[in-house]
Ligand binder design. Structure first.
Ligand code: KIV
Length: 243
């Protein structure tokens, strides 16, 4: 396949050009390769692999070793897309030093291009330190699955004015901390638009309406390969598992 390697500059430029970004998850070589061949901009090796690949109830038990193992496989299939490695729960939450070391491990041992972590205002200092260490960071706000139990479950976020304002503050804090883009998960569509307009970096939505700068979906949801549930906002293109 031809094409050119997508860079973080390309991702930022897409927003300026009003070009919507495409992003999907992959956890192994063949899915990385298919995303590459389909011309997807960004491939996320998400810690959702705990649920859709390992059969766990959530993402909390996913380790650095799991992530590095899967990132390595995806990277082998992805020539052009920007590959994002997801920081697992508690790999960046205890100290700035540990966060930088673990972010570096995902890139050095896994081979991903950039990392992603969950959290807004409270995690901005950690994001800033990782970016200063030379590692590009994608943020993740709104519904943050690693702390879903603290948020009362896998629920829509930002439904009242105060909660919506907090999410806009999170987005601004991440932008100030130096993220090159951010994921916005499970918020009402009008809030998705407000957040996308509040920052200059691309806001990539998942269940955040259509007025954001791109969409990300968990591939296993999109193709009907995950047996437990299908989030309401997911467009299913096929159902691989017979029901
Ligand atoms: O882990 C993941 O797949 C994610 C997406 C839901 C954005 O974080």
């Amino acid at each position: 396949m031809g094409g050119k390697k997508i860079t973080i500059q390309d991702i930022k430029q897409a927003k300026k050009d009003h070009r919507k970004l495409t992003m999907v998850t992959a956890y192994d070589y063949p899915f990385g390769l298919m995303a590459d061949e389909a011309g997807v901009d960004i491939v996320l090796v998400g810690d959702s692999l705990g649920m859709v690949v390992m059969g766990l109830d959530g993402t909390v038990a996913v380790t650095m070793e799991h992530m590095i193992h899967h990132i390595k496989a995806v990277v082998r299939g992805c020539k052009n897309p920007l590959v994002v490695g997801d920081m697992p729960f508690m790999s960046y939450n205890t100290s700035v030093r540990e966060a930088i070391i673990n972010a570096g491990r995902l890139m050095k041992e896994g081979g991903c291009d950039v990392i992603k972590l969950e959290g807004g205002v409270d995690f901005a200092p950690i994001v800033e330190a990782i970016v200063k260490a030379g590692i590009p960071v994608q943020g993740h706000i709104g519904l943050t699955p690693q702390t879903a139990s603290a948020l009362g479950g896998f629920k829509m976020q930002g439904k009242d004015t105060q909660a919506a304002k907090r999410i806009v503050d999170d987005a601004r804090a991440l932008e100030d901390a130096g993220v090159f883009s951010m994921i916005l998960e499970a918020v009402p569509a009008p809030l998705g638009q407000i957040v996308a307009e509040a920052v200059k970096v691309p806001v990539i939505g998942i269940g955040a309406g259509s007025q954001v700068d791109g969409q990300v979906l968990v591939t296993h949801d999109m193709i009907g390969l995950f047996d437990k549930f299908v989030p309401r906002f997911v467009k299913q293109y096929t159902k691989i598992r017979p029901t």
